[in-house]
Design a protein around this ligand. Structure first.
Ligand SMILES: Cc1ncc(C[n+]2csc(CCO)c2C)c(N)n1
Length: 223
């Protein structure tokens, strides 16, 4: 079994919980309260500012031009594609660019991005990929689940654009490229080395769940 398939088996329960989370279900059914969506947009925008830097570190750690080019494309697409979706939503929801950029990350948001940035700065290229992959792969799985269970979700007047963006083939192929790269990079690695990568993958999958929960419930600093 490929390493990525082993990861997929190990993470099943966590991702299943994400698919059942009321925020994700609400995006599909269209019944998500708009206050939760506004909180998500703001928190996710500052999340993406830090997440983009992981791609920049991917360029630094890459060992060949193809991988460098791929990470550079991801960096460009996130800053100009995915974050543009957030800027467009912000305009629709009456949030200024300044308010969006100056959002204070919640404790979960900060813990999640700091975990990945620490791995990216101090670990290997394989560690960087295994820690950032759940973010991309889990969104792709969510979009497939929404297409299956909520076929009208892409037509919703507010949440439809979100569903359309993440279910695009472009996003799917970016996730697949990374999965494939990780499978190539782990060839010949020892069980001990693989266990470290698996641990990063499971940790950031848990952070993905906690991020959904935080934007649904609030999850701000207690004091
Ligand atoms: C908390 C959180 N997790 C995952 C994503 C999704 N995502 C982030 S970067 C990227 C790929 C290239 O832009 C994708 C699919 C998000 N937006 N916010």
């Amino acid at each position: 079994m490929k390493y990525s398939q082993q990861l997929n088996v190990k993470v099943k329960d966590i991702w299943e919980k994400i698919h059942q989370h009321p925020f994700v279900v609400g995006l599909g059914s269209g019944e998500l309260p708009v206050e939760s969506f506004i909180r998500y947009m703001k928190q996710d925008y500052v999340f993406l500012i830090d997440y983009s830097k992981l791609f920049a570190l991917g360029v630094v750690k890459a060992r060949d031009l193809d991988t460098m080019t791929f990470f550079a494309k991801l960096l460009h697409d996130t800053l100009n594609g995915e974050m543009e979706l957030h800027r467009t939503y912000a305009a629709k929801l009456g949030i200024t660019h300044q308010e969006l950029e100056e959002t204070k990350p919640s404790p979960i948001n900060l813990a999640y991005t700091r975990y990945m940035l620490n791995v990216a700065q101090n670990g290997s290229l394989e560690e960087l990929i295994s820690s950032l992959l759940p973010c991309m792969w889990s969104y792709w799985e969510i979009s497939k689940m929404l297409a299956d269970y909520y076929p009208n979700s892409s037509k919703h007047p507010l949440y439809g654009e979100w569903v359309k963006m993440y279910s695009s083939n472009e996003f799917g192929s970016l996730a697949m490229w990374l999965i494939d790269l990780l499978d190539r990079l782990v060839e010949g690695k020892s069980e001990r080395e693989l266990a470290i990568l698996t641990d990063h993958f499971l940790t950031t999958s848990r952070f993905e769940y906690m991020f959904w929960d935080m934007v649904y419930e609030g999850g701000d600093w207690p004091v």
